[in-house]
Design a binder for this molecule. Structure first.
Ligand SMILES: Cc1ncc(COP(=O)(O)O)c(C=O)c1O
Length: 418
C-alpha cells in the first residue's frame, strides 16, 4: 500500500525540475567544462589557518564548536564590513550591522525571495540568468520576467521597458531586478559602468529592489567598474551579495550588505532555515579575510587567467566561426552560441559531446521554466522564451592542457554539426 503522502507532496515537487547542473555533475568525462567549481584554492593558507584554529580550540573550543548568532559572528561581520567599504566603496550606515552572514550566497538568494515574494510578484532578470535564482522565483510563487542580454550583460533599456509593461499589462510594479554584474554566470559578461548607473537609477526611480549578486567580484584579471552597491549611499535600494566560495573556499559562507527593511525579516527567515551558519567556518574565514586574502588570491588568479586565455584561444581556433562567444575578464565561464537558432545544445551534449568525453552545461538550463519575457524584436510582452543554441563552458576546474585537448575536440564536433 502507498502511503497518501507519497502522492500528495507539495505542488512544487511536480513542476520544479532537478537542477541540470547537479544532474550533470554526476556525469564523468575526461574533459570537464561543466559546473563552476573552483580549481585553484589557497590550500596551504587554509592548512595554516586550521592549525591556528586547532590551537584556539584549547582555550575557546566550547565557543568555536557551538551555535552562534543567526546574523553571523561579530568579528567576521566587522572584518567584511571593513573590506567591502575599502575595496568596493560600499557605504554601511550601521557598520557591521549592515552585514548578514549566510550559509552560502545561495541561501541568501533563496531567503531574499522568501522574504520578498507574494503570489505573482514580478522579478526582472536577464535571459539567460543564474539558474540558482531563476528556479526559486517560480518555486516560491513569483513570476519571472526576462529581458534580452548581449555580450555586455543585462540591457537597461529593456529593463525600463519591462518595468513599464509589468505596470501596464500585469498591473504590478516588479518587486526586484536581479543582476550578476561582474563576470556573470552563465555568460561571463561584465556590466559597463554606464549600464550599472542606469540600473541603479531605474531601481531608485521606480522604487524597486536591485539584487546585485557579485559572486565573482574578486575573480578578476583586469580592473572592472564599481559595484552598483557603491552608488547606494543610504543602503536602501541594493541588496549586495557576496560569497567566499570563489574567492576563498567552498565553506558554505556568503556575506551580504542588506537594506535594513530587508535585514530584519531576513534574519527572522534564516533563524528558521538554519539557526546559524557554522561558527567554525566563520572563524576560519575571519582569519582568511583579515590576514591572508590579499597576499594569496593573486596566485589563484594567475591560474584562472591562464585557463581563461587557453579557452579563449581554443574557441577562436576551433569553434565554428559563425558562432559568438563572450569575452570574460574574470569569473569562471565562457558562453558560446551558434547563431543558428535551431541548434539544440542539450541534444548535442547527450548525443555527441558526452559520448566523446566532453561535458558543458547547455544554455537551456539558465532559462525559467515558466513566466514572461520582453522581446527585443517588438519590445512587447510574451510568454516564456527558451533558446537552445547556447552553451556555458567553465574553465575554472580544468588544466590548460585539458582545455586545449577538450576544446579542440568539441570545436571539431561542432564544425561537423554545422
Ligand atoms: C552567480 C552566482 N550566485 C550565487 C552562487 C551560489 O554560491 P554559493 O552558495 O556557493 O555562495 C553561485 C554559484 O555558483 C553563482 O554562480
Amino acid at each position: 500500500m502507498t502511503p497518501p503522502y507519497y502522492s500528495n507532496l507539495a505542488e512544487w515537487t511536480e513542476f520544479v525540475p532537478e537542477s541540470e547542473i547537479r544532474r550533470l555533475l554526476l556525469t564523468r568525462t575526461k574533459y570537464y567544462f561543466g559546473g563552476g567549481k573552483p580549481g585553484s584554492l589557497p590550500i596551504d593558507t587554509f592548512k595554516r589557518i586550521l592549525y591556528q584554529i586547532a590551537d584556539e580550540l584549547e582555550t575557546d573550543g566550547i565557543d568555536v564548536l557551538n551555535y552562534g548568532p543567526t546574523s553571523g559572528i561579530p568579528s567576521l561581520k566587522k572584518t567584511l564590513a571593513q573590506r567591502v567599504k575599502e575595496k568596493d566603496g560600499v557605504t554601511l550606515p550601521k557598520g557591521a550591522d549592515d552585514i548578514l552572514i549566510s550559509t552560502g550566497s545561495q541561501q541568501m538568494l533563496y531567503g531574499l525571495l522568501d522574504v520578498l515574494l507574494r503570489p505573482k510578484d514580478v522579478i526582472i532578470m536577464a535571459r539567460p540568468s543564474y539558474l540558482g535564482f531563476v528556479v526559486p522565483v517560480t518555486k516560491l510563487g513569483g513570476d519571472v520576467l526576462t529581458c534580452p542580454s548581449d555580450m555586455d550583460g543585462l540591457i537597461p533599456e529593456y529593463v525600463e521597458r519591462a518595468i513599464e509593461i509589468s505596470q501596464k499589462e500585469l498591473n504590478r510594479t516588479p518587486k526586484a531586478i536581479y543582476v550578476v554584474s561582474d563576470s556573470d554566470n552563465p555568460k561571463g559578461t561584465t556590466l559597463p559602468e554606464k549600464r550599472r548607473k542606469k540600473l541603479f537609477e531605474l531601481a531608485t526611480q521606480h522604487e524597486i529592489l536591485l539584487i546585485e549578486d557579485s559572486a565573482y567580484r574578486e575573480i578578476q584579471f583586469t580592473t572592472i567598474p564599481p559595484a552598483i552597491k557603491s552608488y547606494d549611499k543610504e543602503n536602501e535600494w541594493v541588496a549586495y551579495l557576496r560569497t567566499s566560495s570563489k574567492e576563498a573556499a567552498v565553506l558554505r559562507l556568503g556575506y551580504s550588505v542588506l537594506p535594513e527593511k530587508i535585514m530584519v525579516p531576513m534574519i527572522k527567515d534564516k533563524g528558521y532555515l538554519d539557526l546559524c551558519t557554522s561558527t567554525l567556518n566563520q572563524k576560519i574565514l575571519d582569519i582568511y579575510y583579515s590576514k591572508y586574502i590579499d597576499q594569496v588570491l593573486g596566485d589563484n588568479l594567475i591560474v584562472y587567467k591562464e585557463r581563461r586565455d587557453m579557452m579563449q584561444k581554443t574557441i577562436d581556433d576551433f569553434f565554428p566561426s559563425e558562432g559568438l562567444r563572450t569575452n570574460p575578464t574574470g569569473g569562471f565561464f565562457f558562453w558560446y552560441q551558434l547563431e543558428n537558432g535551431n541548434f539544440d545544445s542539450s541534444k548535442f551534449l547527450q548525443d555527441v559531446a558526452i559520448p566523446n568525453d566532453v561535458l558543458y552545461v547547455p544554455g537551456q538550463a539558465f532559462y525559467p521554466i515558466k513566466g514572461y519575457s520582453i522581446s527585443s524584436k517588438d519590445l512587447k510582452l510574451h510568454g516564456n522564451r527558451i533558446k537552445t543554441n547556447g552553451m556555458r563552458l567553465s574553465f575554472s576546474f580544468t588544466t590548460p592542457q585539458e582545455i586545449a585537448e577538450g576544446m579542440e575536440k568539441l570545436g571539431k564536433l561542432l564544425q561537423k554539426e554545422v
